[in-house]
Design a protein around this ligand. Structure first.
Ligand code: UDP
Ligand code: MG
Length: 318
């Protein structure tokens, strides 16, 4: 890119910003970040906006910023909505700064934290500094409840640590970014990948901030699906549920069998009641289908991995 024409000693802090229908927030985000830029003496911020197939004027907002700052504002746009994970990947692949930050465009990731993060990397020598929100004010209680439950569950059943409340918002050294890009899987769950690559990560805590404008693009069901994808990507535990349920029901049925045989021998009465029989059949059938569903989910993921389709398609890039 045109970087080679720049001053020899100029160091870049690239900010990767996935955007989906964010026409209102893009200009506000840029303005706020520019104020941060002047407070950082050692680095110049350059931007990598990723338009994830927005249906509003987001792309034009990006074009405008690029026209005004062609060497610092880059953007790429997808041929359709591929989801935030794909947008993050495309942004990280495009970003070429020595340090790279990932940020939401809605200012829910407080930009001033970049300064603290930079200090964490420059002065304290961490490889990555990530933001972790400690409160969920402003979020529907039911969503917070399920979010907490998800973190508790996944940390029990996965070997990869996934920190409760940790956002994608983080500043990373080039080494960490390259490690993340080396993870080639199709079903990407960034929260897990960040933890999986390791490195010395510091978490800074902050209180939840609401969006400056626009609406969240995640529905409850989308979040639920996302959490299940996370579990399937980072834990094989669900696959063992079938074996455990099988062993437990085998032990119980064996005990029952002995009881029935003894009862028939002592009292000579055949065990009555086909309704109880039907209930047991239904229960076992249900459990079998449930376990089959879990296996199916993993098989589905293998199917997607082996098809090896591109994770996004770029329509325009600047
Ligand atoms: N986003 C995206 N593609 C999508 C959905 C969201 O790139 O399909 C972006 C969105 O523009 C924002 C970030 O991902 O910059 C977080 O989205 P949002 O604010 O809707 O999620 P929340 O903060 O509610 O988790
Ligand atoms: Mg948001």
């Amino acid at each position: 890119m045109c970087k080679k024409l720049k001053m020899v000693n100029e160091k870049f802090l690239s900010v990767v910003v996935p955007c989906y229908n964010e026409q209102e927030t893009i200009p506000i985000f840029f303005e706020t970040m520019e104020k941060i830029n002047v407070q950082i003496p050692d680095y110049t911020i350059d931007y990598f906006f990723v338009d994830d197939g927005s249906k509003d004027d987001s792309l034009n907002e990006m074009r405008k910023l690029n026209a005004a700052h062609p060497d610092r504002v880059h953007y790429l746009t997808f041929s359709r909505n591929f989801g935030k994970e794909s947008a993050l990947l495309a942004g990280l692949q495009a970003a070429d700064g020595e340090l790279v930050a990932v940020m939401d465009v809605d200012l829910q990731d407080p930009p001033e934290l970049i300064l603290t993060m930079l200090e964490g990397i420059q002065k304290e020598g961490h490889d990555c500094v990530a933001a972790r929100r400690v409160s969920r004010d402003g979020e529907p209680p039911i969503r917070s409840f399920f979010a907490r439950l998800f973190y508790r569950l996944i940390n029990k059943i996965s070997e990869t640590p996934i920190v409760d409340g940790a956002r994608d918002f983080r500043l990373m050294t080039r080494q960490v970014v390259d490690a993340i890009l080396d993870v080639q899987e199709y079903n990407r769950f960034s929260k897990g990948i960040f933890g999986w690559v390791g490195f010395d990560t510091k978490y800074i805590e902050y209180k939840n901030v609401e969006r400056v404008a626009g609406d969240t693009s995640w529905s409850f069901w989308q979040l639920l699906r996302y959490s299940l994808d996370g579990i399937v990507s980072f834990s094989e535990f669900p696959l063992s549920i079938a074996s455990w349920v099988g062993i437990i029901s085998f032990i119980f049925s064996f005990i029952f069998l002995i009881i029935i045989v003894i009862r028939a021998a002592v009292h000579g009465d055949p065990t009555p009641g086909w309704p109880s029989m039907v209930s047991i059949f239904l229960m076992i059938g249900g459990l079998q289908l449930f376990c089959l569903g879990i296996v199916g989910k993993y098989v589905g993921n293998i199917y997607l991995e082996t098809k090896n389709r591109p994770r996004y398609i770029i329509k325009e890039k600047k």
